[in-house]
Write a protein that binds this ligand. Structure first.
Ligand code: HEC
Ligand code: HEC
Ligand code: HEC
Ligand code: HEC
Ligand code: HEC
Ligand code: HEC
Ligand code: HEC
Ligand code: HEC
Ligand code: HEC
Ligand code: HEC
Ligand code: HEC
Length: 490
C-alpha cells in the first residue's frame, strides 16, 4: 500500500513536471537579473511585470546585456558578457533597434519586428537626438520598463493619450526653444478647440490625433515635401479618414470633401499644377484647430486670398441679407469644396445662373433689373469684343493695317477681370463703371475697323474710276493716232 502511494506521488510529480514542461515558460532557466532585482525591490523589476516585452519573453539582458544565468551581481553585470548598463540617450534607438530595426540590424534573434528604428533615425526627432542628449528617444513616447501594447488604452501612444505625450515637449516653450526657437508651441492648445480634439478628449480614439497627420516614427519637418502635411500631401492625409465611408459612418457628415476638392479650381491648381498658393484643406480649416468655418467666418477664410471679392461682398446688400438667414457667404454661390471656374452664365436667370437660385425675373423682385443690367454690361464687353475682333479680322483680310486697334483690344481683358470682381458689389452701376474703359476700347476698335473697311472700298472705287478714265483716254489716244495716221496716208 505504502509502495502504491509512493508510486502515485512519484507519478503525480512526473505528470506535473511534464505538463509544466510542455507549457514551456517555467522550464526556462530563472532570469537571475530579474530575480535579484525583484529581491532588492528595484522599481524597474516591479514595473517590468506589466511590460509587453516581459510577456513576450524578452529579458533584462536582452536590452542591457550581461549574463542572466549567474547569481552574482558582478558576474552577471559584466561588460565582458556584453553588459552595457544604462544606455546613453543617443544609444537607446540602437538598443531597441536590435529587434525593432530593419534587416541591417546585427541582432540575431527571432525578434525582427519592423524597421521602426530606421524610420525614427531619419525623422526630425532622430536628428534632434543626434544634436543633443535631450532630444526625443523611443522611451519619450513609449515609456520604459512598462511599455504597453500600442492598442492598450493605457499606452502613452494610444490615440486618446498620444496628444498629451507629444505635448509634453511640444507645449513646453523652454524645452522646444533649445532646438528650434521659431517653432510654435500652441498645437495641443489649439487642438483641444477643434472637433478632433474635443472628441478625442471625450475618449473617442477615431478623430485625428497628432500621429494621424504627422505619422509616428518618420515625422518630418512640415516644410519637407515628403511630410504628410506638406501642402500637396495634405488632402490625401485628411482623406484617409474623411473619404472612408465606413470609418466615418457613425458621424453623419459627408465623405465627399476630397473627391469634390480634387475636381475644384483649387484642387487642380494645387495637385495638378503644383501651385502652392492654392488652398489645401488646412488653408481653410486650420492646422490644429480643424473646425468647419462657420457661416460668419467663411468670407474671411476665402478673403485671406481673394481679398477684393471679399471686400466688395462685405459692402454689398448680400452680406446682411445672407447673415440674417445664416447663409455661408461665398460658399452659397461657389460651393465650399467643389469651387468651379466661374463664368458669366452664373449671372442672369439662365439654367447655370446662381442669382436665379434666390431671385426671380419678375417685376416684383427688386433685384431683377440689376441682375439683367449686370448681365447686359458683361455681355456688351464680351460680345462687343468678339464683334470688334471679327470686324478687324475682315479689315486685315482686305489688306488694311489694323494692328493698333487689334493691339488696343488686349486691355479689354483688364476691364473684364475688374467687372467680374465688381460683380460682388451686386450693384449694376458699379459693374458698369468697372466695364467702362473696356467698353470704350471695344467701341473705338469697332469704329476703326469699320473706318478701314470703308477706306478700302473707297480706294477700290477710286481705282476703278481712274482705270476707266485711263482706259477711255487710252482708247481716245489710239483713235487719235489712227486718225492722224490715216490723215498722213492721204
Ligand atoms: C545579485 C543581484 C543582481 C543581479 C544578479 C543583477 N543585478 Fe543589476 N543591480 C543590482 C544592484 C544591487 C544594483 C544597484 C547598485 C549598483 O548600481 O551597483 C544593480 C544595478 C543595475 C543597473 C543600473 C546600473 C546603473 O549604472 O545605474 C542595471 C541596468 C542592471 N542592474 C541590470 C542588470 C542586468 C541586465 C542583470 C542581469 C544580466 C543584472 N542587473 C543582474 C543587483 C543585481
Ligand atoms: C526593452 C529594453 C529594456 C528592458 C527589457 C529592460 N530595460 Fe532597463 N533600461 C532600458 C533603458 C532604455 C534604460 C534607460 C532609461 C533612461 O535613460 O531613462 C534603462 C534603465 C534601467 C535602469 C536605470 C534606471 C535609472 O533610473 O537610472 C535600471 C536599474 C534598469 N534599467 C534595470 C532593468 C532591469 C532590472 C530589467 C529587467 C527587469 C530591465 N531594466 C529591462 C531598457 C530596458
Ligand atoms: C514621437 C513619439 C514616438 C517615438 C519617438 C517612437 N515611437 Fe514608437 N510609436 C509611437 C506611436 C504613436 C505608435 C502607435 C502608432 C499608431 O497608433 O499607429 C508607435 C508604435 C510603435 C510600435 C508598434 C509597431 C508599429 O510600427 O506601429 C513599435 C514596435 C514602436 N513604436 C517602437 C518604437 C521604437 C523602437 C522607437 C525608437 C527607435 C520608437 N517607437 C519611437 C510613437 C513613438
Ligand atoms: C530583444 C528584442 C527587443 C528589444 C531589444 C526591444 N523590443 Fe520591443 N518588442 C519586442 C517583442 C518580442 C515585442 C512583442 C511583439 C508582440 O507581442 O507582438 C515588442 C513589442 C514592443 C512594443 C509594442 C508593439 C505593439 O505592437 O503593441 C513596443 C511599443 C516596443 N516593443 C517598444 C520597444 C522599445 C521602445 C524598445 C527599446 C527601449 C524595445 N521595444 C526593445 C522585442 C524587443
Ligand atoms: C488634422 C491634422 C493635424 C493634427 C491632428 C495635428 N497636426 Fe500638427 N500640423 C498639421 C499641419 C497641416 C501643419 C502645418 C503644415 C504647414 O504649415 O504647412 C502642422 C504643423 C505642426 C508643427 C509645426 C509648427 C506649426 O505649428 O506649424 C508641429 C510641431 C506640429 N504640427 C505638431 C503637432 C502636435 C504636437 C499635434 C498634436 C497635439 C498636432 N500637430 C496635431 C496637421 C495636424
Ligand atoms: C521628447 C520631446 C518630444 C516629444 C515627446 C515629441 N517631440 Fe516632436 N519634436 C521634438 C523636437 C526636439 C523637435 C525638433 C525641433 C527642430 O529641431 O526643429 C520636434 C519636431 C517635431 C516636428 C517637426 C516640426 C517642424 O516642422 O520643424 C513635428 C511635426 C513633431 N515634432 C511632431 C511630434 C508628434 C506628433 C509627437 C508625438 C507623437 C512628438 N512630436 C513628440 C521633441 C519632441
Ligand atoms: C484619423 C482620422 C482623421 C483624419 C486623418 C482627419 N480627420 Fe477630420 N475628423 C475625423 C473624425 C472622426 C471627425 C469627427 C466627425 C464629427 O463628428 O464631426 C472629424 C471632424 C472633422 C471636422 C469637423 C466636421 C464637422 O462638421 O463636425 C473637420 C472640419 C475636419 N475633421 C477636418 C479635417 C482636416 C482638414 C483634416 C486633415 C488636415 C482631417 N480632418 C483629418 C477624423 C479624421
Ligand atoms: C476653400 C476652402 C476649403 C477647402 C480647401 C476645404 N474646405 Fe472643408 N469646408 C469649407 C467650408 C467653408 C465648410 C463649411 C461648409 C458650410 O458651412 O456650408 C467646410 C466643411 C467641411 C467639413 C464638414 C462636413 C461638410 O462637408 O460640410 C469637413 C469634414 C471638411 N470641410 C473637410 C475638408 C477636407 C478633408 C478638405 C480637403 C480635402 C477640405 N475640407 C478642404 C471650406 C474648405
Ligand atoms: C490659400 C488661398 C486661397 C483660399 C483660402 C481660397 N482660394 Fe480660391 N483660389 C486661390 C488660387 C491661388 C486660385 C487660382 C487657381 C488657378 O490658378 O486656377 C483660386 C481660384 C478661385 C476661383 C476661380 C477664380 C478664377 O478666376 O479662376 C474661385 C471662384 C475661388 N477661388 C473661390 C474661392 C472661395 C469661394 C474660397 C473660400 C471657400 C476660396 N476661393 C478660398 C486661392 C485661394
Ligand atoms: C451671390 C453669388 C456670389 C457670391 C455670394 C460670391 N460670388 Fe464670387 N462670383 C459670383 C459670380 C456670378 C461670378 C462670375 C463672374 C463672371 O465670371 O462673370 C463670381 C466670380 C468669382 C471669382 C472669379 C472672378 C474673380 O474675381 O477673379 C472669384 C475669385 C470669386 N467669385 C470669389 C468669391 C469670394 C471670395 C466670395 C465671398 C467673399 C464670393 N465670390 C461670393 C457670384 C458670387
Ligand atoms: C442665397 C440667395 C441669393 C442669391 C443666390 C442671390 N441673391 Fe441677391 N439677394 C438675396 C437677398 C436675400 C437679398 C435682399 C433682398 C431684400 O432686401 O429684399 C438680395 C438682394 C439683391 C440685390 C438688391 C436688390 C434691391 O432691393 O436693391 C441685388 C441687386 C442682388 N441681390 C443681386 C444678385 C445677383 C446679381 C445675384 C447673382 C450673382 C444674386 N443676387 C444672388 C439673396 C440672394
Amino acid at each position: 500500500m505504502k509502495m502504491i502511494r509512493l508510486l502515485l506521488v512519484v507519478w503525480c510529480t512526473f505528470t506535473l513536471f511534464a505538463v509544466v514542461g510542455a507549457s514551456g515558460q517555467t522550464m526556462k532557466p530563472v532570469d537571475k537579473c530579474l530575480s535579484c532585482h525583484t529581491d532588492i525591490g528595484s522599481d524597474e523589476a516591479t514595473a517590468y511585470m506589466t511590460d509587453i516585452h516581459y510577456k513576450a519573453g524578452v529579458t533584462c539582458a536582452d536590452c542591457h546585456g550581461g549574463d542572466p544565468t549567474v547569481e552574482d551581481q558582478d558576474a552577471a553585470m559584466n561588460p565582458k558578457k556584453g553588459y552595457v548598463g544604462v544606455p546613453k540617450p543617443s544609444s537607446i534607438p540602437e538598443m531597441c533597434g536590435k529587434c525593432h530595426g530593419s534587416e541591417k540590424s546585427t541582432f540575431k534573434t527571432a525578434y525582427h519586428l519592423d524597421d521602426v528604428m530606421d524610420e525614427f533615425l531619419a525623422s526630425v526627432h532622430g536628428r534632434a537626438l543626434s544634436q543633443s542628449s535631450k532630444g526625443p528617444t523611443c522611451i519619450s513616447c513609449h515609456g520604459i520598463h512598462n511599455i504597453l501594447d500600442i492598442n492598450s488604452v493605457k499606452s502613452p501612444v494610444y490615440p486618446t493619450n498620444v496628444t498629451k505625450t507629444c505635448a509634453k515637449c511640444h507645449s513646453d516653450p523652454d524645452y522646444m526653444k533649445k532646438f528650434n526657437p521659431g517653432l510654435p508651441v500652441d498645437q495641443y492648445e489649439k487642438y483641444l478647440t477643434s472637433v478632433h480634439g474635443k472628441l478625442n478628449k471625450a475618449g473617442d480614439p477615431k478623430p485625428a490625433t497628432c500621429v494621424s497627420c504627422h505619422s509616428n516614427h518618420l515625422i518630418r519637418s512640415v516644410k519637407d515635401p515628403r511630410s504628410p502635411v506638406y501642402p500637396m500631401n495634405i488632402p490625401r492625409t485628411c482623406a484617409k479618414c474623411h473619404s472612408d465611408k465606413s470609418y466615418m459612418a457613425q458621424y453623419n457628415i459627408p465623405t465627399n470633401q476630397y473627391a469634390d476638392y480634387k475636381q475644384s479650381v483649387h484642387g487642380i491648381a494645387l495637385l495638378q499644377n503644383s501651385d502652392l498658393s492654392a488652398p489645401a484643406c488646412n488653408s481653410c480649416h486650420g492646422n490644429h484647430g480643424a473646425v468647419p468655418p462657420g457661416a460668419s467666418s467663411v468670407a474671411s477664410v476665402c478673403g485671406t486670398c481673394h481679398q477684393a471679392n471679399s471686400d466688395l461682398f462685405d459692402k454689398s446688400v448680400h452680406r446682411a441679407a445672407f447673415a440674417k438667414s445664416n447663409l455661408p457667404g461665398c460658399v452659397v454661390c461657389h460651393s465650399n469644396h467643389l469651387v468651379r471656374q466661374p463664368s458669366d452664365t452664373m449671372i442672369g436667370f439662365g439654367p447655370e445662373s446662381v442669382c436665379g437660385k434666390c431671385h426671380k425675373d419678375v417685376p416684383t423682385d427688386s433685384a431683377a433689373s440689376s441682375i439683367l443690367a449686370i448681365q447686359a454690361t458683361l455681355d456688351s464687353l464680351t460680345v462687343g469684343r468678339t464683334d470688334a475682333e471679327s470686324l478687324l479680322g475682315h479689315a486685315e483680310q482686305l489688306g488694311m493695317d489694323v494692328s493698333d486697334a487689334s493691339y488696343s483690344l488686349k486691355d479689354v481683358n483688364q476691364s473684364l477681370v475688374e467687372s467680374r470682381v465688381q460683380v460682388h458689389s451686386f450693384n449694376a452701376s458699379l459693374v458698369k463703371s468697372a466695364a467702362e474703359p473696356g467698353l470704350k476700347i471695344v467701341g473705338n476698335a469697332q469704329v476703326s475697323a469699320l473706318g478701314e473697311i470703308k477706306e478700302y472700298y473707297f480706294r477700290r472705287e477710286g481705282l476703278g474710276v481712274a482705270t476707266l478714265i485711263i482706259t477711255a483716254l487710252a482708247v481716245l489716244l489710239f483713235l487719235k493716232i489712227k486718225q492722224i495716221e490715216r490723215r498722213s496716208e492721204k
